[in-house]
Design a protein around this ligand. Structure first.
Ligand code: C6P
Length: 404
């Protein structure tokens, strides 16, 4: 088991007060907190070797380039990619998805089909709708049931030679469900379709090996992995990345430019136009070092225990309903109190120093499915404790008494 008392010492923010109370930070699915090892990496970058990369012959530029490319290697190894050509540095999951959606424009035609799951984040719905508008392709939905589990039969029966792309999140941000992506990938491949898995909510809780999954694209955001905002990565199979056209034009992504014709840089730089978030990329690498220093298996085991303790504690509260009861979940609990608006509960919890997210969590179709305006979402990380779960349960009970 983890030594959480020691781990918490790494996170300065966890020791602050909010509204006169010690902070209980349970909004980790929105963004995780940053350990001092990552903060130090950022300070070190700007203090010692801030420079543009891949451009200069001077020492600072070479140091920054080396650190940035080292970070790419860390990301490649962490996610089990075959080589660094398959790792595109992005600003986050949203950019990774948009890059692929843009790239497929020339590969689709009217009547082709794209499947998405019923529990997607908006960033895995809207870019595909835009792709459909550009190409005349049709968006189809893998449905879900009351427990918040995907129902794969309609998807399996609906596959045809018109199916070109399938998108699914590895873990739902609104419900915490771990989706059967292995089965989805195999099924889609048997119909000749490419698969993008949105790993934004899975990566903080488990290891995903790109080669074992045999997935075509996988996206992550550094800020959910103890790293900074504005950094992330897109994994893409080399064969796909070679086929897709560049996402944006600009410096860095070219081989040669004349007014008659431009040739593009080799992978991965073909997809990395302009000056990237250099410090963010380097800090992303440091965040992965930090997580691997603790161990992803240890993190998963600790969070599973915390999830079951929190589920039990919250279900003891009168009129509390949890949305998302899948057998395989990450440490996310979406819930409501009977007859109470989630926003009011969230506001009262904040007064008690407890940070949760309320609303539709950028997954409006999930809320529509349950016919609710939103939920209160408590999302736990490996640095949260049972005492914090107790503070949450007491806070929710107090809110219930005040509001109902
Ligand atoms: N979900 C949440 O509170 P970006 O913003 O690009 O880093 O990540 C977008 C994204 C994509 N997919 C999933 C499954 C996500 O959960 C998110 C981000 C946050 O649930 C902020 S809306």
């Amino acid at each position: 088991m983890l030594d959480v008392t020691e781990i918490r010492k790494d996170f300065p923010i966890l020791h602050r007060q909010v509204n006169g109370q010690p902070l209980v930070y349970l909004d980790n699915a929105a963004t995780s907190q940053t350990p001092r090892q990552v903060i130090d990496t950022i300070v070190d970058y700007y203090s010692r070797y801030n420079a543009n990369i891949h451009r200069g012959v001077h020492t600072l530029s070479q140091e920054a380039t080396d650190a940035y490319e080292q970070a790419r290697i860390k990301i490649q190894k962490h996610f089990g990619a075959a080589n660094t050509r398959e790792i595109i540095m992005t600003s986050g999951t949203t950019e990774g998805i948009n890059l692929v959606a843009q790239g497929f424009t020339g590969f689709l035609e009217t009547g082709d089909e794209i499947w998405v799951s019923a529990m997607e984040h908006h960033s895995n719905i809207v870019p595909w709708q835009m792709l459909c508008e550009r190409t005349g392709a049709r968006l189809r939905v893998i449905p879900m049931n009351e427990e918040g589990v995907l129902v794969l039969e309609p998807f399996k029966e609906g596959l045809s030679d018109r199916t070109k792309l399938v998108f699914c999140n590895h873990v739902s941000n609104a419900l915490g469900t771990v989706n059967p992506i292995e089965e989805i990938i195999q099924t889609a491949h048997s119909a000749g379709a490419a698969v993008l898995i949105d790993g934004a909510q899975a990566a903080p809780h488990m290891r995903a090996d790109m080669q074992k999954l045999d997935v075509d694209f996988y996206t992550v955001s550094a800020h959910k992995l103890c790293g900074p905002t504005g950094a992330g990565a897109l994994y893409g199979k080399e064969e796909w990345l070679k086929k897709l056209p560049p996402y944006q034009g600009g410096g860095e992504m070219i081989s040669e430019v004349t007014f008659e014709k431009t040739t593009y840089a080799a992978l991965p730089h073909k997809f990395e136009a302009g000056t990237p978030n250099i410090c963010g990329g380097i800090a992303f690498g440091a965040a992965l070092d930090y997580l691997n220093g603790i161990g992803m298996d240890q993190i998963a085991a600790y969070e599973a225990e915390l999830l079951s303790y929190a589920t039990e504690s919250l279900l003891a509260i009168e009129g509390l309903k949890i949305y998302g009861q899948a057998a395989r979940k990450t440490s996310v609990i979406s819930f409501n109190l009977e007859g109470v608006h989630p926003y009011d509960v969230g506001t009262l919890l904040d007064k008690m120093g407890i940070a949760v997210r309320t609303g539709h969590h950028c997954a409006q179709p999930v809320m529509d499915f349950y016919k609710i305006p939103g939920t209160i979402r408590a999302s736990f990380s490996f640095y949260n404790t049972r005492e914090e779960v107790d503070r949450l349960a007491q806070g929710v009970e107090k809110a219930r008494q005040m509001l109902s």
